[in-house]
Write a new protein. Sequence first.
Length: 176
Amino acid sequence: MSQTITVRTGGPADAATVAALHAESWRTAYADFVPADALGDGLAEERAVLWDIRLTADYGPAEMQPTLLIAEEADGTAAGFAYLVPEPDGRVLLDNLHVRPGRTGAGIGRRLLRAALDRVPGPLRLEVLRANTRAVAFYEREGGTRTAERLCDFPGGHQLPEYEYTWPAPISGRTP
């Protein structure tokens, strides 16, 4: 049975929930291609510190404020999240898009991506690990264009190949 999912803007009160979901998602989605020491002990605590800082920091002018999007089940359980970071060049980085393990394939990622695209004034870009073939296929199905390849720095001093995908600036009157 399909559950109703809503997407709302999050804030500092969501830091612990997002951190736990982030760590759980990494451990599940990245288990086959990220070194185990980058996903092991301390990951949840590191994510908790990261999200506390991200959601309470002063980023200056309103147009530079990041946006946290939370996808919630009808009962209020976080099913996923996305984090949008404005960049000085006018683009917006979709820094994270994670869906709770066990809920992937239910349209939650698509809802978050569409909500992100609806909120950005300029081009949207994201980075995805090359070995994360499920996510790569998703972003390509959703209209992302591969615009770069590089190495990404990962916890523990690991470097892993990644792709960048970009969506153009929104067209006025576009329907999602």
